[in-house]
Write a protein that binds this ligand. Structure first.
Ligand code: HEC
Length: 210
């Protein structure tokens, strides 16, 4: 037991030092396949599914911000700028997230996600339904609670969840307060700036999401 713990410690330690998380593949974990009867469904609550999706979006954004944007800027290699195409710069993390959401939407799975705010830089990032407006207000008041519910559009049902998006660094505050088109300029560190809105169909054969 001690040897195994020690080995694990060394492995994880070396992964942290080398940044080589690849080693984790198959090296430590043990898993056994459970045979399921054909067509058997493993039930998941939509809350859990939304939580998984949110975790991936948040991790990608955090890593892109630290390991690409900030590192490239610190090393004076390339900056991130809103007009990234014209300036041969990197897209801002918010732009990456929004582009990712549009690409996912084009994939036709019915999954959608975007970044929104009650005081957006661009109007298109404002709430587009009453549910979204209520949700963005709710996460602003209660950032630790996910606002979610089932909505319909036509005869389709969707699960929609809104997660608070906080000003985790001074950069968020400075850029948003200083942006020419900003509709709110008194943001402070830690404020809820908006939310990540995720939606997907509950009847999976249908494609469109509102
Ligand atoms: C260098 C400037 C800059 C920084 C830094 C920045 N943003 Fe933004 N943010 C933008 C721009 C520009 C948009 C609009 C992007 C678009 O719609 O194409 C945006 C969009 C958003 C939106 C959607 C609503 C809106 O205002 O349009 C939220 C929410 C948001 N950012 C939160 C954050 C958070 C939280 C941080 C810090 C972790 C952050 N931003 C850092 C520039 C910035």
């Amino acid at each position: 037991m001690f040897v195994r713990t020690l080995f694990l410690g060394i492995l994880v330690g070396s992964m942290v030092v080398t940044g080589n998380w690849e080693i984790a593949k198959g090296a430590v974990e043990q898993e056994t396949e459970v045979k399921m009867p054909p067509g058997a469904e493993v039930g998941f609550s939509p809350e859990v599914v939304a939580g998984y999706i949110h975790a991936v979006i948040a991790a990608d954004r955090a890593l892109y911000t630290t390991h690409v944007v900030e590192r490239m800027q610190e090393n004076r290699i390339v900056i991130a700028a809103e007009a990234w195409k014209q300036r041969k710069a990197l897209p801002l993390p918010a732009q990456m997230l929004l582009m990712g959401g549009r690409l996912v939407e084009m994939g036709g799975s019915g999954l959608r996600y975007r970044l929104a705010s009650l005081w957006p830089i661009y109007e298109e990032n404002g709430p587009s339904t009453e549910f979204e407006e209520a949700g963005l207000k709710a996460v602003e008041e209660n950032p630790d609670q996910v606002y979610s519910g089932v909505i319909t559009r036509g005869d389709q049902r969707f699960f929609k969840a809104i997660y608070a998006d906080r000003a985790v660094s001074k950069a968020c505050v400075d850029c948003h307060n200083g942006h020419l088109l900003s509709s709110k300029r008194d943001r402070k560190l830690g404020d809820v700036m908006g939310g990540i809105i995720i939606s997907f169909p509950l009847n999976s054969e249908k494609k469109e999401t509102p």
